[in-house]
Write a protein of this length. Structure first.
Length: 128
């Protein structure tokens, strides 16, 4: 019985460590992205997702990179994964909705674009 508790404790510590490691990688990727180092940022996002495939911030970052490269389908998919993966991500990064709206707009998906722009405006009002 003690072995099971010890195993559960070790597993819990490992999972917390992985989650924080993926978050650190994603944040480093965002920092690189803001400085225009998109390829280096992508490496960090990919590593974060290898550790934790549901790392919302990494999906948001990849969405931006794909948007900037004109890969709108990929951008939309990544933004949607990021937004769905963490309910707080929209508050922390409302720009995810803005860029998702831009990607929809590039695909002539006007209705979806307006919906995302509306979410973005509402979230930006909450910030202030």
């Amino acid at each position: 019985m003690k072995n099971i508790y010890l195993l559960l404790l070790i597993l819990s510590i490992f999972l917390v460590s992985c989650a924080s490691q993926s978050e650190r990688l994603a944040k480093k990727g965002m920092s690189l992205e803001k400085r225009g180092m998109l390829e280096k940022a992508k490496i960090h996002f990919d590593k974060a997702l290898q550790i934790n495939p549901e790392e919302a911030l990494a999906h948001i970052g990849l969405g931006y990179i794909y948007y900037k490269k004109g890969l709108y389908d990929e951008a939309i998919a990544e933004y949607k994964k990021g937004i769905a993966g963490n309910p707080n991500i929209s508050i922390l990064y409302p720009e995810a909705h803005y860029y998702l709206g831009l990607a929809y707009n590039e695909k002539d998906m006007t209705k979806e674009a307006r919906k995302e722009f509306s979410k973005y405006r509402k979230l930006k009002r909450i910030e202030y």
